[in-house]
Structure formats: C-alpha cells, structure tokens
Ligand binder design. Structure first.
Ligand code: ANZ
Ligand code: ZN
Length: 826
C-alpha cells in the first residue's frame, strides 16, 4: 500500500481510485449518449460468469476491451459497452447443495462482488445496460425464443444415445466433451439413451460455413478454421445397398464412391437402430453381448485409432449395387451411429480402418486403384492416392479420383442407386439438462395433447424458490421432477392433468442472445427492441477467449440466422470483429491451486493499484499472447505512472497558453507520438502504445529539467497528450493528471487530438560537402540521414562531380548530418 503513495510526488493511487470511481458513477461518464448525430459503436466483452471474485483472466480481457471503448469514446463515437452476468449454471447449484442454500443466493452475492470489483477496476461500462440471465425478466425471453424455435420445428425432442457425465449426472453436448471427458469435472463420459431436446442447428450448417466469408479478416483465422472443422463438411455420395430380409435399401455415406467396386463388406454402427433391426436370430445373442460391451466404452476409447478392431457379423448379406456381389454385413464400433447414415461400405484396399478390420476378421481385400505402391492385400497398407482404376467396370482405365467420382455418381444417379451428397460433422445441439439452476423449458406434456407450449402470456415459467440444498442434488433426472407442486399443471389446451417439462436449458442458450438484450435490457415487448438492435448491431468489436471458438460463437451465429429468418434482425452475422486475448500464466504454466502458482488480482491491486496492474497487463505483449506474470513488473510500471503524474504536477503554464510558441523539438515528439499511437490503437498493438507514452514522458522530462523548463507551452501540450493516451490503460492517473493540468473532467470525455501535419515533417539541416578540403556543395537533408544516403547524395551533386573531374573516390568521411568529406584517388 505504501508503494502506491509516492511521498515525493504526492500521488495517492488509492485516493484517486475512490475519487474517480465516484465521479464516473455520479456523472454516468460512460453512459450511452442520446445524441443521434453520433455514430454508434458497440463494444462487447464475452459474458462474465459469477464464480467468486474477478481473477487475472478478467483483468486481462477487460483491460484490453476498455482500451478500445475509451479510445472510441475519445474519437467521438457513441459507445455502448455493457456488462452483465451469465448467471445460471452448475457451480451455483453445487455450492447450494453443499451449503443447504438456494443457488440464487450464491449467484447474486458473487455478482455483487464482481460488479464492485469491475467498478474499481475502472472499466468504462454503461451500468444502465446491466443484465443477468437468471433474472426472470431475462429468462422469460429465453423461453419465448425457445417457443419460437419450437414453432418453426427448430426445437424438437428425440431419443438418442447421449453423452452422460456420471459425476455431474447430466447430459453433455458433444462440444462439452473434451477428449472423452466432461469439460467441467473431467470425469470419463459414458453413453445413455435418453429423450432429449435439441436445436436443429444442422439446418444452418451450410450457411454457417458460407457466411464465414463475411468474417474473414475480422475474426482470427484460427477461430474460423476451428469452426470450419467443427462443422466438418464432407462431400461424397449416398449409395443404396439391398440387404436380405429388408424391403428398403440401406444407404451408406461415402466420400469415395469411386472405390465402390472394392467394397467387400458393409459395416453398421452397433448402436444404430438398423443393426438391431437386421441382425438374424442366430446372431442376436452375440450381437447383444457386443452392444453391451460397446456401451461401456467411453468416446475416447471408441474413437482412438489405436483401438483394436472389434465387431460382430449380423448374419445377413447386402448386394453391391454396381456388380451384384453379395457382401457380409457386420456391426463394429468404429462406425458411429450419428455420422453420415450410421452405415458404411467397407473398402479395405483403400481405407486403413477397413483394412485393419478385414485383417482382424479375415475378410477379402480387393484393390481397385493401382497407385504403384503395391497391392494393399499384400502390404497391409491401404492406398488413398490417385492411380489407374482396375476391376472397376465403367471406371477401368481412368486415372484420377475427380473423373472417377464424377462418372460413378452419374451412373448411380441414372440407375437410381445413389447420388452425390454432402454430410456435416456438426450435430444438432442438445440443449436439455437434468439440473435445477437453468432456464425451465416452457413445454407442458399432456397425455391427450402431447407437447403443448406454455402460452406466451404465461411466461416466464418460474423456477420454484422452495427448493434448496439436498433437494437440488443430481439424481439422473431433473430435481424439478420431484417437485409435484411445481410440476403438475392443467394442460393449456384441454385443461386435463399434465406435467411441466422438468429439464432446464443448457446455459449456452442464455448466452446465445444476450448481446441483443443488452441494447434494451428492460424491454417488455419482446426479447429485444428490434429497432434499437438495427441501430447498434452488428457488434463492432467482440473481445474474449479462444476457448469459445466453437460452442458459444457457433451457437450465437446460429441464433442470429434464425432471428434473421424470423425478421427480427437484418444482418447475417452478429459480430463482425473478434479479438481473442491470451491468458495470464505464471512461471510458464497456467495458474492452478495444485501448482500453487496462482496470482491474486485483489492482492496485486492492493499492492500496486489498478492503473499499474492494467498498464502492466497491456504493456506485457500483444493482446492475443499469453502473459507470464513472472516476467512482468507492476512495481516498475507504477514508478512510470508516478513519473508521468509528476509532469502534470510541474506544468506551470496556463491552460490557454499558446502552444505554438513552445519548444519545437518536444512539439514534434508529441505530434509524432499522437500519429503513431492513433495508428497503434487502430491496429490493436496496445503494448507498443505504452512504450510510446513512456518515450514521450522521458522527452518531456528532459525539457523540464535541462531545457526550457516547466513553463514551456510544449511541456503542457505533451503532458496533456500523455494524460489522454494513458487514460486508455491507466484511467485514474490520467484523470488526476487532467485535473492537475487545470482541465475540466473527465479526460475520458476529452477529444482525441489529431497530429498537426506540419509538425510531422522532419526538419532539414544543411550538409556541407567538401572535396579535398574545399566546400563544393551545400545540401538540405534530414537530420537523421544515414551514411549511405549522405554519400550517394554528395556524389550525385553536379558541383562535386565537376571537382572530382572523373577521378576515383578513395575515401568518404561523414560527420553527419553536418558534413561529408570526399578524398579522391591520386
Ligand atoms: C468408403 C471409403 C473408401 C471411404 C475409401 C473412405 C475411403 P469423412 O471424410 O470424415 O466425412 N464413414 C462414413 N460414415 C461413417 C460413420 N458413421 N462412422 C465411421 N466412418 C464413417 O469420412 C467419410 C468416410 O468415412 C466415408 O467414406 C466412410 O468410408 C466413412 F477409400 O466410404 B468411406
Ligand atoms: Zn391436453
């Protein structure tokens, strides 16, 4: 604490923080303006989750975002920079179970703590736009949106094998399974067959891909690549195989219809309904035993390439549609039930997984493309490249995949045996959760009427407040299912006895639309004010972690497209620019309790002050790179801020002094810095901004101490800009400086200066050129001319050429920028 109070300068960081927090709050300094003439800009930070107090990660993300918001404001934009909390979710519920409480208590207590910390951290929020997703006034509209999705067939229920976390006792979306483990608690994820709610995001797979063109250049390339991979577009063909004892053909998805003549068996996913349907009585016991074994596996085991191939013959044969051959049909776990059609044609010669399987079960291998690498039947290595087609009927003799695929697809289509097809890896979004602290699904189940939407005027379906502690413990079904008083209702359609859906929505639903609501958080006519959203969106800059590259950002993009198709928004993409901040680590590693390398934000702020912490975060490196707290020095940053502050304490010229009479060198330095910092902020090189301010502080100090002194008008001009530039990263010191300079508060509301072009041109000096000691030319040059430039200029001069009279030059001596001396050869 003592360090923050600089005895010599009198700067007191703690007092400054208290003073300016109050000032900004009372004056609503960062509130949106109702001046319609101002151009609007929407700055959005990724949603805060109320787990305890703010930590170093928040410190970084919000320091970065605030540079942008404050800069825009000084540039004269009407800036919307809201804050809110993604306040449903498991941690609150787990805390409530432990403490025999209601999740709301923990949630709103943490929100209050974080809000106070954000305010102290000096982030320029418009607090009037604050929202919480667990507020009734918010989740009412989450339910309303669910119902619109339901009406459009975009929300539906189905039975399927889902990811199940045995620890959290809830289902997980595919996206929440990381390397086979629950993203939250790291338990191995297993499979369960459940009836669950889904959002039909796959309807938008192609648009989600296509519209990425609009994000090119605005979003980090790696995020776009991750989305592309996640959507996983695959182009190939659907091919129909007749299977014994079944009237309908079985369709397979293949990316290589050109290898159809090499298909020597067929494989279906053991957990797909088809396997159960076609297995013969004789093979059923073996099949059921195998299925049990498969269900026990985790995703990670099943998808591993090292996984030993296992499977079971289903007792039936299929007919290869192009050559009439009978091929056996197997069930094997390497074929996934929910990709493609859940059934494949196996081409062991050209697909390694199929080859491994053929080897394990002694199935035939037939090469149909001769790539010159040897027959896979002998080498045990499947070949995937181009080559000459053999044993392939109409394809024989062709030499490229592209040609062969085109020809076979044409033939399949003509014979009505198949056709070209696209498949996506993206699955529909599983949104139901068997947990309490989430947005209730507004559906009522009636024996007579089926799934009945809760009428809009009965929203919200409120969470009961009479449940706490143990009553919330996960049981495999939602805790709400045990609450008869809540669950049992009259059917809105027929009035008969009915029950509420007892699942709650994945919290990613809440966070897929909060950015529209921010614009009018208390709007009562709909989820958001459509007209206001048109004015403010798309978001001009989104700031947040790369961990949201697929889920949150994909879901939000999906929501936007649905809302657009509903006519509620008029743009394709909700956020045109995205910036990912790096992480704050310590001693080369992510901070963790077990490593004991955690850095406490509150303690850092107590020791060095908000400004020093924020400036340190920004100065440490480019925004998207990790910061190792072991490599930075908030203590020396604090000293720098105090040095800056002392300038303002010493400036002794009046506010309205004519700056044009000031020290020209310092004025040039100031205006060069203005030009550079403007460019640096625009290109998001915030760390260099701090370096440039440091240089300007030093240049100003030199003029005060060893030049014209503190009364020089250029010193005032320089110090004013130091305060403005510092306000982007160190807002408290900046306000103090601004006030010391006699300027009206707040520096945050001051206008960003424009560099004067005249002061950006470098001065010229006269450079004398001598030949053999005699002056032959006088040239006007830049004071920082290099030896090469000076020599070239000197030698090009006509007078110099004349005096050299064709002689070779033996030596050039430069005393720059004043003189160049040329010695000719004898
Ligand atoms: C025959 C074939 C021959 C295949 C060949 C590949 C190479 P991507 O590219 O990822 O879309 N496949 C299809 N559905 C599957 C499922 N549900 N589970 C596991 N594998 C499945 O992969 C498509 C290829 O993966 C398809 O093309 C199919 O095998 C297999 F030389 O068909 B292929
Ligand atoms: Zn009914």
């Amino acid at each position: 604490m003592a360090e923050q109070h600089d005895e010599r300068s009198g700067y007191d960081a703690v007092a400054a923080q208290e003073k300016w927090v109050r000032y900004w709050r009372e004056n609503r300094t960062f509130a949106v303006s109702d001046d319609e003439s101002l151009e609007k800009r929407y700055l959005l930070d990724m949603f805060a989750y109320p787990s305890g107090d703010l930590h170093m990660g928040h410190a970084e993300a919000w320091a970065i975002g605030d540079v942008v918001g404050r800069y825009w404001k000084m540039q004269g934009y009407n800036v919307l920079h809201p804050i809110g909390w993604d306040s449903f979710g498991l941690p609150a519920e787990n805390a409530a179970i432990r403490n025999n409480a209601h999740p709301a208590e923990w949630t709103y207590r943490n929100i209050d703590t974080q809000a106070a910390s954000f305010e102290r951290y000096g982030v320029g929020f418009d607090w009037d736009h604050r929202l919480h997703t667990s507020d009734e006034e918010y989740y009412r509209w989450t339910q309303w949106l669910f119902l619109r999705f339901f009406e459009k067939g975009l929300a539906y229920r189905k039975d399927s094998w889902v990811n199940w976390c045995p620890q959290d006792m809830t289902v997980l979306a595919n996206e929440q399974v990381k390397e086979g483990r629950c993203e939250r608690c790291s338990s191995l994820v297993t499979k369960r067959q459940l009836n669950q709610w889904y959002f039909r995001i796959t309807d938008y797979a192609q648009q989600l891909l296509d519209d990425m063109d609009q994000l090119e250049g605005g979003w980090p390339e790696r995020v776009l690549a991750m989305q592309r991979n996640w959507i996983g577009r695959s182009s190939g063909a659907h091919v129909d195989f007749q299977v014994e004892g079944r009237s309908e053909p079985v369709t397979v998805f293949t990316t290589r219809p050109d290898t159809l003549f090499g298909a020597t068996f067929m494989v279906v996913a053991p957990d797909a309904a088809l396997a159960d349907e076609i297995v013969t009585d004789e093979q059923r016991p073996a099949f059921e035993e195998y299925l049990e074994q498969v269900k026990k596996q985790t995703e990670i085991e099943r998808q591993s390439t090292e996984h030993v191939k296992t499977g079971v013959f289903l007792g039936v044969h299929a007919t290869n549609p192009v050559n009439g051959e009978k091929v056996p049909v197997w069930a094997a776990d390497y074929v996934l039930a929910d990709y493609g059609t859940g059934a494949i044609m196996a081409v062991p010669a050209h697909d390694q997984r199929d080859l491994d399987f053929a080897r394990a079960f002694d199935l035939p291998v037939r090469m149909v493309i001769d790539t010159g690498e040897g027959d896979p039947a002998e080498t045990d290595v499947a070949t995937a490249g181009d080559g000459t087609y053999v044993n392939s009927g109409v394809l024989d003799g062709l030499t490229t995949k592209a040609e062969a695929i085109e020809r076979i697809n044409a033939q399949l289509e003509a014979d009505e045996l198949g056709k070209a097809a696209i498949t996506y890896r993206l699955r529909d979004w599983l949104i139901s959760r068997q947990r309490f602290w989430g947005c209730p699904i507004p559906i009522i189940h009636c024996e007579a009427c089926g799934e009945v939407p809760v009428p809009d005027d009965q929203l919200p379906v409120r969470l009961p407040d009479d449940m706490r502690g143990e009553q919330l413990a996960p049981k495999g079904v939602s805790p709400l299912a045990a609450n008869d008083g809540w669950k049992n209702v009259a059917c809105p359609t027929c009035g008969g006895p009915a029950v509420r859906d007892t699942d709650t929505m994945d919290t990613f639903v809440d966070s897929s639309w909060y950015f529209y609501r921010y614009i009018s958080p208390h709007y009562t006519e709909g989820p958001f004010d459509v007209e206001a959203v048109k004015q403010w969106m798309p978001v001009a800059q989104y700031v947040g972690g790369v961990e949201h590259a697929t889920m949150h950002l994909l879901y939000s993009r999906f929501f936007n497209k649905v809302l657009r198709d509903m006519g509620m928004v008029d743009f394709d993409e909700p956020m045109l620019k995205l910036m990912n901040q790096g992480q704050v680590i310590n001693q080369g590693k992510a901070m963790s309790k077990s490593l004991g390398n955690g850095v406490d934000l509150g303690q850092q702020i107590d020791e060095f002050g908000v400004d020093a912490v924020r400036t340190t975060v920004i100065f440490a490196g480019p925004p998207d790179e990790d910061i190792d707290w072991a490599d930075v020095s908030p203590g020396s940053t604090l000293k720098f801020l105090q040095r800056a502050w002392r300038l303002s304490a010493e400036v002794s010229s009046e506010v309205d002094v004519d700056v044009t009479t000031g020290d020209r060198g310092l004025r040039q330095a100031t205006h060069r810095t203005i030009a550079e910092i403007t460019e640096l902020v625009e290109s998001q090189r915030f760390n260099v901004v701090v370096a440039r301010v440091m240089e300007l502080v030093n240049a100003t100090r030199r003029v005060i101490d060893t030049g014209a002194g503190p009364a020089d008008p250029a010193v005032r001009e320089a110090t004013q800009f130091v305060a403005q530039a510092l306000s982007l990263v160190a807002p408290y010191v900046a306000e103090e400086m601004w006030e010391q300079l006699g300027l009206p508060p707040s520096v945050a509301q001051s206008r960003w200066p424009a560099a004067e072009p005249e002061l950006l041109v470098a001065d010229q000096v006269t450079m004398v050129v001598q030949v053999q000691g005699k002056v032959r030319a006088k040239l006007e040059v830049s004071p920082d001319i290099t030896e090469d430039e000076a020599t070239a200029l000197a030698l090009a001069d006509a007078g110099v050429q004349r005096s050299l009279d064709g002689r070779e030059v033996a030596k050039v001596i430069c005393r720059l920028p004043k003189m160049v001396s040329i010695v000719p050869a004898k």
